[in-house]
Design a protein around this ligand. Structure first.
Ligand code: DXP
Ligand SMILES: NCC(=O)COP(=O)(O)O
Length: 254
């Protein structure tokens, strides 16, 4: 058994994505956060992208207010520090920021930092976030040799980008890919970093990952978790609508 329990941080991007297709405010990001926390999630993650396609500034502010009532819960804001991210840190001082090297308008995150190229420009932004009291995590590919560089720019944690693992899960590549992630996590810890993980983790592939990479302090999960929440909720929801129809038929308007 590992000495710590891995925290689950729920990424709410996809709730906002659906919400943004109309002007009704549903589904509500704040209600989703509340339900996830009531169910035991230990953190909330959002990635306010520059194009505002899902999480927007008002969501970040609203979650910041909401989480004042949940002092044990970690607020994690992800994004590219060279785009729109840093003002959110000054305004809300979340527990953690995850720097992600996405381009503007990128469909979704698909690689970690290349610190051999970017260390000098990332370092002052890491220092700026830490001066605000915000823990800094860097989104990284599972490359053991890059971990000392992540530490050298001042990061507290790294987040292992797990899509390659998710793609390998259940195939003959799974064991080899997991070995790569395990080596990267060991290298991170040896360099003085803590380890997070995320991207395309789901309730099928998660346990195998955490067994192989027990150092993981936190997983942030959005796309699959929100999809599961929809699918696991269809039965009860359809019954509610059928009940509403039945009520109308049982007591029609006079
Ligand atoms: C850093 C990371 O892996 C997540 O932010 C992920 O990219 C989710 O972002 P989207 O919900 O915009 O795909
Ligand atoms: N940092 C990863 C994250 O927040 C969620 O990624 P995904 O589960 O939506 O792929």
């Amino acid at each position: 058994m590992s000495a710590h329990k891995t925290a689950l941080s729920v990424n709410l991007n996809k709730v906002a994505l659906v919400r943004n297709t109309r002007h009704l405010g549903i589904p509500s990001v704040l209600k989703a956060a509340t339900l996830c926390l009531q169910a035991g999630a230990q953190g909330i993650t959002v990635h306010p992208r520059p194009d505002g396609r899902h999480i927007r500034a008002d969501d970040v502010r609203g979650l910041h207010e909401l989480l004042k009532s949940w002092p044990q819960v970690e607020f994690n804001i992800e994004g590219n520090p060279f785009h729109n991210l840093m003002p959110f840190l000054s305004e809300t001082r979340p527990h953690q920021v995850t720097f992600v090297p996405d381009s503007e308008g990128q469909a979704t995150s698909d690689h970690g930092w290349d610190l051999a190229a970017d260390a000098e420009r990332v370092r002052p932004l890491v220092a700026q976030a830490k001066a605000l009291g915000v823990r800094v995590s860097l989104f990284m590919d599972p490359d053991p040799e890059a971990m000392p560089l992540a530490r050298a720019v001042g990061a507290d944690r790294i987040e292992l980008y797990t899509e390659p693992y998710a793609q390998a899960w259940g195939t003959s590549d799974q064991a080899a890919v997991l070995q790569r992630f395990a080596a990267a996590a060991r290298a991170a810890v040896a360099a003085g970093l803590e380890v997070n993980a995320g991207h395309d983790l789901n309730r099928d592939n998660l346990s195998d990952f955490l067994r192989a990479v027990p150092q993981v302090r936190e997983v942030s999960i959005g796309h699959a978790l929100i999809s599961d929440a929809l699918e696991l909720g269809y039965t009860a929801t359809v019954r509610e609508y059928l009940a509403a129809i039945a009520r109308a038929h049982a007591a029609p308007a006079p």
